[in-house]
Design a protein around this ligand. Structure first.
Ligand code: AMP
Ligand code: GLY
Length: 424
């Protein structure tokens, strides 16, 4: 089979890495890919928003399955386009991708199907939103309705922060159209976890659980980022919590989307808060998490290509069940100095060759590019170093041992990835 992965981040490198291990797969393409995907497969220089260009490539090259990494092309309708052209693709159609594309849509959906989540109200003007915040008090969570590249959420612990977040959406319009509606939500307390479920429209298979580390600095301090590290599985997801998530969140979500006539085929990412009242949904995403994928896929032993193919054909019930490694994985993200704010690019990355062929440590490229024969930084999150081991402690050690071999100017990373798993 020929497989095409769309995207260029660490998630997509991990997808290419895992799909290439499938006995079914003869060739993997990545569009546009990165230097990491180029080591395994073939990069194709088509951007993720050139939907027609991607469909043309898939059609002309006889691609047997296209896997879409990021949310933007999904929300823009890439799967609808591929299906219209009869091209095999894994991901939700535009209408189903609204679960991530609009937080208000997701909240209404959860209310309709009784899926546990934070209480919320949606506003389309500053005045009403301000009055609501005054009435509710803090802490409170302000969310831009639409896609905001992971930057649209403010957890406000004081009134000024909450009001500034509202001004940023309605007055300063820093998220453009995405912030013209705002969801204001009760602040939940608990530990977070991510569950990525492979769905075929009628049923689902959950991949091993994971936990992201969103804040930029150790001890969950500093601004929120796209994610500074992850581990899988997440010990907070006990068998009992997992059962509740399956029964009260994933099952009604799949049934609800089916009932609405927009069956969910693709990855349903449930971002969860494990509260004293049980697991609640923080957000749904319509794709795999980044960097969660770089920890989850190394733990998965089953053939990912087979799973995605069955799901895309509505035949997930034929899958014999997941095989999962007993060894946990920990991914540490190496970021450019200044991220998630502004940062410099083009810094030469040293030490990557020392991780080539390492059995339990893998360097997943995220924001890198090749320049005059060298690999240089090209984004905020530059690399994800995943370690595996027989215990969480060993996986952490493996990841940081890998990290110690890499360097570039301004490089920073969190030193406490996996600590919460260890503490449990
Ligand atoms: P999101 O982009 O929706 O994942 O939100 C980013 C982060 O904000 C989440 O991972 C949580 O840490 C936090 N967050 C979002 N919604 C809530 C909430 N209702 N209560 C507490 N924290 C939240
Ligand atoms: N790591 C969080 C996300 O992918 O949304």
């Amino acid at each position: 089979m020929k497989v095409l992965v769309i995207g260029s981040g660490g998630r997509e490198h991990a997808l290419v890495w895992k799909l290439a291990q499938s006995p079914k797969v003869t060739q993997v393409f990545a569009a546009p890919g990165n230097p990491g995907t180029a080591e395994i497969g073939t990069n194709v220089s088509i951007s993720v928003d050139d939907l027609e260009g991607l469909a043309k490539f898939a059609s002309e090259n006889g691609i047997d399955l296209t896997v879409v990494g990021p949310e933007a092309p999904l929300v823009a309708g890439i799967v609808d386009l591929f299906r219209q052209k009869g091209l095999p693709v894994f991901g939700p159609e535009k209408a189903a991708a609204q679960l991530e594309g609009s937080k208000d849509f997701a909240k209404q959906f959860m209310r309709e199907f009784d899926i546990p989540t934070a209480r919320s109200m949606t506003f389309d003007n500053l005045e009403d939103a301000r009055s609501y915040v005054e009435a509710e008090g803090v802490p409170i969570v302000i969310k831009a309705d639409g896609l905001a590249a992971g930057k649209g959420v403010t957890v406000a612990h004081d009134r000024t922060t909450a009001m500034t977040a509202l001004d940023d959406c309605f007055e300063n319009q820093i998220f453009g159209e995405a912030g013209s509606r705002v969801v204001i939500e009760e602040c939940m307390v608990g530990e977070e976890a991510s569950v990525l479920a492979i769905c075929d429209g009628k049923t689902f298979v959950s991949l091993p659980s994971s936990q992201d580390h969103k804040p930029a600095f150790d001890n969950d301090e500093g601004p929120n980022t796209g994610g500074m590290g992850a581990y899988s599985p997440a010990p907070v997801m006990t068998p009992e919590i997992t059962r509740i998530v399956d029964e009260k969140i994933l099952t009604p979500a799949i049934r609800g989307m089916q009932e609405r006539g927009t069956p969910y085929i693709g990855i349903l990412y449930a971002g969860l808060m494990i509260t004293d009242e049980g697991p609640k949904v923080v957000e749904f995403n319509c794709r795999m998490g980044d960097p969660e994928t770089q920890a989850v896929l190394p733990v998965l032993e089953s053939d990912l290509c087979e799973l995605l193919l069955l799901a895309s054909e509505g035949r997930l019930d034929e899958h014999p069940g997941l095989e999962v490694s007993p060894n946990p994985a920990v991914c540490v993200v190496l970021a450019s100095g200044g991220y998630p704010g502004s940062y410099e690019k083009g810094k030469e990355i040293h030490g990557l060759e020392s991780l080539h062929g390492a059995p339990d440590t893998t360097a997943f490229h995220a924001g890198t590019k090749e320049q005059e024969g060298k690999i240089v930084t090209a984004g905020g999150r530059v690399l994800g170093i995943t370690g595996r081991g027989e215990t969480v402690a060993a996986a952490i050690e493996g990841a940081y041992k890998g990290v110690s071999k890499i360097s570039f100017e301004g490089m920073f990373f969190r030193k406490d990835i996996g600590k919460k798993a260890l503490d449990r």
